[in-house]
Design a binder for this molecule. Sequence first.
Ligand code: ST9
Ligand code: ZN
Ligand code: ZN
Length: 378
Amino acid sequence: MCEGEFIDSAISAPSTTTTNMTPSPSTTTTMTVTETVSVDPVIKEQFLAAELEEVNRLRELAKKDTWKPTIVWRNVALFAMLHAGALVGLYQYVFMAKWLTCLWCLVCWTISGVGITAGSHRLWSHKSYKAKMPLRIILVAMNCVSFQNDIIEWSRDHRCHHKWTDTDADPHNVNRGFFFSHMGWLLCRKHPKIKEMGAKLDLSDLTSDPILAFQRKYYLPLVVLFCFLMPTAVPVYFWRENALVAFYTAALLRYAVTLHATWLINSAAHTFGYRPYDVNISPVESVWTTVTAFGEGGHNYHHSFPQDYRTSEMSALFNFTKLFIDFFAAIGWAYDLKTASEESISRQQLKQLEEVRKQYEANQHRDTTTTTTKQKAQ
Ligand code: ST9
Ligand code: ZN
Ligand code: ZN
């Protein structure tokens, strides 16, 4: 491995710190008691670690919350049109497109996907490594192919997601349902708590970056160029593909697929899978989204060790983004790659076994008490 820095290098001893944490409503456990769970400083003091006390406070406030989402019909119409176009693109991809165009769609998917994973996600949201100017320019260009909001906006929302996961301050709060966390959140106005809590974030690292300021200023023309015109023009110019076929496949179909691959991390990777690193949170380890999202499916790991540039322990074979960053580290354009140490990873996993045992015993105790109460009543 070529990582340069352990996230926990400054922290020597295992934690004795304790934090009151109510198990997430989205966990599979049926336990209802409030457990006191010790939180390792290695976990707690990382950049973008979950703010557990605020999470609890926000969950209490949510019980009295009467907010109802306001649908933004413009977005509903635009996404409906995109999906209709993507279906046409799918037909053309299968029956009409030249094989080079099919290959080009995969290339564009990779470019746009890695523009998100290595760019707005691991570099700018999480600061899990540093990048020199040429790499930052490449990543911004790749990011424009993905058209997922400018990097400052994307990272601001993502920082809210990590600090206040599954609360009203989380833009794609999975407690509002699978569809909401997948794409519903982009079809309605944001909950006021997102704006209130998000306003407390320090975004100076992002707003002071001139490349990000440039992207934000010229975002619309940049995405028209990189997300729609460039993917269409290349097949037309180089192998004389029909312009409409190129547009529907390499622009619309590829864009829709990349969006869904990204959204699945917010929906599926917060729902279906296992939780070896923290049993009390909704994010899971999801092998198949790791493949479709270039190494981002190890989401239980990622929420536990948010500043690890690998975002997962899964092998490099499935973690294309890690290989991408490693390549640029090898030529010196990426540096200060942060990882969690094997020791703190193992310690965290062992703690989960203890946690599961405690939850099992609490459930057993509750079942016994319920049975005894029922017997007495008879
Ligand atoms: C898209 C993004 O798809 C997808 C992100 C997914 C993230 C996934 C993460 C998973 C991990 C990584 C995995 C990568 C895998 C990649 C695989 C690839 C193969 N904090 O937003 P507005 C304030 S985008 C603080 O208009 P509304 C702020 O003042 C798709 N403040 O709110 C702001 O003004 P400004 C394409 C905040 O009116 C103001 O509020 N894009 C925050 O409620 C207004 O903000 C679209 O479809 C905050 N967090 O509207 C666009 N947020 O910005 C869709 C807001 O000037 N978006 N404020 O500072 C919209 O139309 C609107 O945002 C809205 C809400 C209707 C959703
Ligand atoms: Zn993240
Ligand atoms: Zn997440």
